[in-house]
Structures are given as C-alpha cells and as structure tokens.
Write a protein that binds this ligand. Structure first.
Ligand code: SIN
Length: 477
C-alpha cells in the first residue's frame, strides 16, 4: 500500500481538511517537506466530543475484537516499515538504519498489547459475610489525551496508543510539532486495519498550548499521558488536577554510567557508544555522565575516543550514517552552550569539538570535567560525552544519585555481587547492567523522582489505562 498524503489534513472521526497549516522541515537540509494541519481549541473541543462518543461503543467491544484489530495494525505497520522509516528520517533526522529499528520497536508495542488485551484479568476475593461474593473488574479509564515527543515519532505513539486501545480507551494525540507526519501515517494505518471512527485521533499543532489547554480542561478526557521535558510535565500535572485526570509522565533524565575496573572493557565501550550516540544523543535515556574507575580511566578513554572517531556524521538517509543532525536550532543551541560552558570551566576536548554546518554536531568527548559544569546537572540531549574518574563504589553510587532525575542508569562490571548491590542502590526506574540499550516493548519504562510517574511497556503499561471497579455481590436470601 502506498501511504496516502497527510498534508494539510488531520484525523478525528474522519480525515478533515485544515483551516490553518504549518511547515515541517527536514533538519538535514532545512527544506520544507510538508504543510501540516495546525489545530487549535475548536478542533480540540470537537476531538473531545468525538472521543467521548466513540468511547461508548469502543469500550463495549470484546478484548478479543480489540486484539484482532491491533494485530492487523501491527501487520500493516510492518508492511509499511520502509516508508514509515523514511518519513521519520525526513521529518526529524534519525539515521535511516535507526529509523527502521524504531518502526520495528513501535510495531512491537502494538503486538505486545494485542496479546495483553486478553489478559486484563479481574479478581474474586473472600468476604467476612457468608452471603457475599466480592469481585474486582478492570475497566477502561475513558478518553485519553496523549502528547508525544519528536525524538521517537513512532514508538512513543504506539507505546501509549496500543495499551490505551487494547484497554478499551479512545485516544486523542497531539504529536510533536517538529515531527507530526509519522503519527498521521500510523493513524491512517489504524483506519485501514479497521480501527473504528474516533478511536484514534491525531491533531498536530504549531503551538501546542491552546490545543492542550482545551483538552486538559475538558472533563470528558479522563487520562493524560505525556513524554517530554520535566518543565512541561509539571505544567500538565498541575492542569490535570482541575478535573482530577489520571496522569502518566515520562520526563527528563540525566543518565549516569558507572564503569568499574572489573568490567569487560570492549563491551563497556561498545555499549556506552550505542547508548550515548543513539539518535545523536537525543533520547531521555542516553548517557549524560560517564564515570570510570580510576585504574581503567585512561584505557577506557583511549578506546572510547577511538570508537567515537569511527562514527560517520552525515545525511541521515545514507545507510552509512551513524549520527544525523540535531532536530532544530534550539537543540543545537543547548548542546553548543553545554560544550562552551564546560570548556570555559576547564574541560578538555579529546574528540570532536562542536557544531558543523547546519544542525550537525560532531560526537565530542570531554575530560577534566567538574561538577559545576552545566552538562553535569542538566540533560544535554546531544552527542557530548563527559568522562569523569571515581575511586570507590560508594562514591560512584553517591555521584550517580546526586540529581533530581531518576530515569535510567547503567553499570559495567563482571562482579555479580557488585552488579546486584549497585543496581539496588541506584535511585532510577531503569538500570542497564552491561547493557546500554535496555528498552523493549515487554519491559517497564519509566522514572522515579522528577523523571516521571507511571510505567509504559510490558504488563505494566496497560495498567495506566485501567480503573479498578469493586462489585460487592450479595446472594439473594
Ligand atoms: C525516550 O527517549 O523517551 C525513549 C527511549 C526508549 O524508549 O528507549
């Protein structure tokens, strides 16, 4: 199937023509690649009405029917994998090999929740009264409002939409303004799979605030799910209070990696490289701080610098490219500012060195890094890797935990007892032991502290879209 054009259109109960549009730019070339619908409060109010009405019939379908639809969606995503990957690369610059990997990852959530839909079990439990037979059902929470980020334009959509739809919720999505095309294509495939009208709506917006405010204030929206910055997450959390919506938040991180002297050096280097430069350093779980135990810091730095210098920066559509452009000027400014701040405070550049033309940024390695530098307490979201040495395990854990964030942390060791001890001591939602890319559709993803609330993925992800109903059933006398 050729994907239909999604230009100037958005989807509610049907495809609609936009009143206003905004351009989507290819960050690699700067060229405008599409004009996309610019939705505001009027479209949001209509979307809430449609989601509310569609919820009545969608919740009444059986889990088996929803599962079949999700499996058809999964098949169509895989059948269109190449086209979806290309769209993603064009709209946000992810290297094409990685983009194909992301579409597979996105499809994985759809398959997982097609299966999970049938496992939304309830419970019966004993009562203190002989005539009573109490039970608990799990039912869909209601229409959902989702806000997804530009760094995973497909996988963050399906990681939220698939469990919501599997649970029987309807779903209204505002995709990131930088990368709305993938989600429009995914919605079209959902319709092609037989997804009923109004179950999955996509409303792009140039300025997310008026549209989001309307949906946040609407009492028909019962659940909000957001992936993005901690700053915006806080605003949504406050707004959700007015109509007491259920909320899940996947927010910023500041991931540390601890490389112990007993680690397998080559494995540690390969995994830290994969983690640090994934999507040009633009993921919430990318390593931000690389702590290496003093006896191996020189050997690690030498091998890490050599591996960094092997990476190919360039056109993200090129199969050879490892690192594409950053997403926009704002992203480039932040990474550049972190680098300049570190250098001004005494850091040494041992590989790379900064921005290239356009939005490209060389993978850069720093040593001589101190705790006062911005990149040591703010998320850089770019390909800059600071290496810091430590002496003891206790010191490494203390430094790793010394942040308000708690999304992902990593450690490298061959000592089993240390692996358990340190994993348990790290104040993070995700810990990778000798593993730089632990994310998977079947695993719980989410943070502690100011990195968020709730979990996505696996058996945990569907819980976010369910309410428990207690039925106290008394046998007639
Ligand atoms: C993210 O950066 O928000 C998602 C990364 C992942 O799923 O691994």
């Amino acid at each position: 199937m050729a994907l239909p054009s999604v230009e100037r259109r958005f989807i509610t109960d049907a495809w609609r023509d936009a009143v206003r549009t905004f351009p989507v730019r290819n960050p690699s070339s700067g060229a405008v690649i599409a004009q996309v619908a610019d939705c505001g409060p009027e479209e949001a109010a209509e979307a809430a009405r449609i989601a509310w009405e569609a919820f009545e019939s969608w919740r009444a379908t059986t889990a088996f029917q929803r599962s079949e639809l999700l499996m058809r969606w999964y098949d169509l995503i895989l059948a269109n994998l190449a086209e979806l990957a290309r769209t993603m690369t064009l709209e946000m610059g992810k290297p094409i090999r990685e983009a194909r990997g992301e579409v597979g990852y996105a499809a994985g959530f759809v398959k997982w929740y097609a299966e999970e839909a049938k496992r939304v079990h309830g419970a019966t439990f004993p009562s203190h009264v002989g005539q009573k037979r109490p039970m608990a059902l799990r039912q869909p929470v209601g229409p959902v409002f989702a806000v997804t980020p530009w760094n995973f334009p497909s996988a963050m959509v399906t990681r939220k939409a698939a469990p919501a739809l599997a649970a029987g919720c309807t779903f209204v999505l505002k995709p990131a303004e930088q990368a709305p095309l993938s989600s429009l294509h995914l919605a079209e495939l959902w319709r092609e799979a037989g997804g009923p009208e109004g179950t999955l709506q996509v409303l792009p917006a140039r300025d997310p605030v008026p549209l989001s405010n309307a949906l946040m204030a609407d009492p028909r929206i019962r659940k909000v799910t957001f992936t993005g910055s901690t700053e915006v997450g806080r605003i949504l959390y406050r707004k959700a209070a007015d109509t007491v919506k259920k909320i899940s938040l996947e927010l910023g991180g500041h991931a540390p990696v601890l490389v112990f002297e007993d680690a397998e050096l080559n494995l540690a280097v390969d995994e830290v490289i994969a983690c640090k430069y994934r999507n040009a350093g633009q993921t919430c779980v990318c390593t931000n701080r690389i702590y290496v135990q003093a006896p191996i810091v020189e050997a690690f730095t030498e091998a890490y610098v050599a591996a960094t210098q092997e990476l190919t920066v360039g056109d993200p559509l090129d199969e050879e490219t490892d690192i594409g452009p950053l997403v926009d000027e704002q992203g480039l400014r932040k990474v550049t500012e972190h680098l300049h701040d570190a250098v001004a405070r005494g850091a040494m550049v041992v590989a790379g060195g900064g921005p290239r033309e356009g939005l490209f940024f060389e993978p850069t390695v720093l040593t001589g890094v101190t705790p006062d530098m911005k990149l040591m307490h703010e998320e850089t979201f770019g390909p800059v890797a600071p290496i810091i040495s430590f002496d003891t395990e206790e010191e490494a854990v203390r430094k790793a935990n010394d942040t308000p964030y708690g999304l992902a942390a990593y450690l490298y060791t061959n000592d089993l007892a240390r692996a358990f001890r340190v994993s348990e001591a790290l104040d993070y939602g995700i810990v990778g032991v000798n593993d730089g890319v632990p994310s998977a559709p079947y695993a719980p993803f989410g943070g502690v502290k100011q990195s968020g609330l709730g979990r996505e993925g696996g058996a945990w992800g569907i819980e976010e879209y369910l309410e428990v109903k207690y039925i106290s059933f008394q046998l007639p006398r």
